[in-house]
Design a protein. Structure first.
Length: 502
């Protein structure tokens, strides 16, 4: 199948790219592993940053300053400035296409303060902000006539003899058949890789870093893969996210003694390290929002109450919420330039799978939703312009076809996947040491050698989830290796990457 712009991934970034590309007058095809409304974007609860001027002490310059400070000097100021300046028209655009933001008494878009921000800047829709943005983008993409194909797993990129990306090889999960899609421009919007940490992550089981792994195998450059953000407030037993909005609205973090031991609105890396230190003293950690009152919680934090009751059997109106830091967001990804193009000609990237140098060593809360829309639209626009410049499609092949290899199925990869998640959480987590990083890398290399003895045992074609999960596991190995190698290379502690002496 041929199209002008092929977009792989249908979360907020992919849909923003699709809408922008379609507005340039080109044919757009979106293929996605799951369904658009199930993408990770719906997990972004707290808000989308924009200095709207609703409060006197906020400005675009303050937003830029907060972002650079949170990034610990590793963000690109020009990219940060572009994102922050685009925040106002971005929120205005989202408002115009129907995002139902919460409102103040005078009908302005409501804003709350998130960690690391100097003012209430996060525009929110209760605590369902990402979900409501995602559904609105999906509706807008359908209205624009964007074609979408669901349940397509990315296998490899198609490249011509000179390495130019000209399409993608996909697995149709429904039929079990391989499919080739050719395009004048390809955009990866396939999400992050926090699920390499297994059950110790807020992310969907499908956040397995597929696009990053495939891009890496095709020769694309990766950047800052060691920077993984651990969210301070995952539910203790399930790792389900309790939004930063709970702290933004005045929630406390306390230990077993009822003591507050950190600034709840500090950047996430600082809060997570403080919690980790308390846990190593033997303390249990809790989020306390009881003082906010039932009426306020039901109005502003309804989802957080439901999640706490469902997954921890506690009611935050009356009870403390048991929490722990869990892998939440990945700052690293595919390196891109100021047109969202990767180091491979013909390949663009946006969203959490990319690295636009706006988060550095630690993402500022509220900037993820902003990034996916701002740079999603940028990627779509430049991919469309490239497509219009090309007279015809290129033809090419995937560098390798993993599905054609033979696997014995002697070893159960699921048990190794679970072990890998726990190992990464404990040794490539909030605090890291040289010896533990080496141990983790050796474990990953051992798993790679064992891959031929693993494989999948289900031989059916249609909806073979066993095969899909094995292919995802292979991608997780590639990504895990990149994370550990980057962590070993960066000797100093900075942001979400903390090294300790032995």
């Amino acid at each position: 199948m041929k199209t002008d712009v092929l977009i792989i991934g249908a979360g907020g970034a992919g849909l923003s790219a699709a809408i922008a590309a379609k507005e340039e007058g080109v044919d757009v095809l979106v293929v996605t592993k799951e369904y658009p409304t199930r993408s990770q974007t719906c997990m972004a609860q707290g808000g989308i940053n924009a200095a709207l001027g609703n409060v006197e002490d906020d400005s675009v310059e303050a937003h830029i300053e907060n972002t650079l400070k949170s990034a610990h000097g590793l963000a690109d100021e020009e990219s940060v400035r572009y994102m922050c300046e685009e925040a106002l028209p971005t929120v205005a655009w989202l408002d115009s296409i129907g995002v139902c933001f919460s409102r103040t008494d005078d009908a302005k878009i409501a804003q709350r303060r998130l960690g690391g921000a100097s003012a209430p800047r996060a525009c929110y829709a209760q605590d369902y902000t990402g979900l409501k943005i995602l559904h609105t983008l999906y509706d807008e993409a359908l209205k624009q006539g964007v074609v979408m194909k669901n349940e397509k797993l990315l296998l490899e990129l198609l490249q011509d003899s000179e390495g130019v990306v000209c399409g993608a090889l996909m697995l149709d999960i429904r039929s079990g058949q391989k499919e080739s899609y050719f395009a004048k421009s390809v955009i990866l919007a396939s999400g992050g890789y926090s699920r390499i940490y297994g059950k110790n992550s807020t992310n969907s089981t499908k956040a397995t870093g597929d696009g990053i792994a495939v891009a890496k195998r095709a020769g694309a450059k990766l950047l800052d893969m060691e920077f993984v953000q651990f969210h301070p407030t995952g539910l203790k037993n399930s790792s389900i996210l309790i939004s930063e909005s709970a702290r933004g609205e005045g929630g406390y973090i306390v230990n077993s003694k009822g003591e507050r031991f950190t600034n709840e609105l500090a950047p996430r890396d600082e809060v997570s390290r403080a919690i980790d230190a308390e846990m190593k003293k033997g303390e249990e950690i809790f989020l306390d929002i009881r003082h906010l009152g039932e009426e306020f919680i039901n109005e502003g934090l309804p989802q957080e109450r439901k999640l706490a009751k469902l997954y921890e059997n506690v009611d935050p109106v009356y009870d403390l919420i048991p929490i722990k830091p869990v892998a939440h967001y990945t700052m690293g990804g595919i390196e891109v330039d100021n047109r969202s193009q990767t180091s491979l000609e013909g390949l663009f990237a946006c969203g959490e799978c990319s690295n636009h140098r706006v988060h550095g060593a630690n993402r500022l809360g509220g900037n993820s939703l902003l990034e996916i829309v701002v740079f999603g639209k940028e990627a779509g626009r430049y991919a469309a312009l490239r497509a219009k410049e090309m007279e015809s499609h290129l033809s090419g092949l995937a560098k390798e076809n993993f599905l054609d290899q033979s696997f014995s199925g002697e070893l159960d990869f699921y048990s190794y996947r679970d072990r890998m998640g726990d190992l990464l959480y404990n040794k490539v987590g909030i605090v890291r040491s040289q010896s533990e990083l080496i141990e983790a890398l050796e474990f990953i290399e051992d798993l790679r050698e064992k891959l031929p003895q693993m494989g999948y045992t289900d031989s059916s074609e249609r909806y073979n989830t066993n095969r899909v999960e094995f292919l995802e596991f292979r991608n997780m190995l590639d990504v895990s290796e990149a994370v550990i190698e980057a962590a070993l290379a960066r000797k100093e502690s900075v942001g979400a990457h903390t090294r300790v002496e032995e």
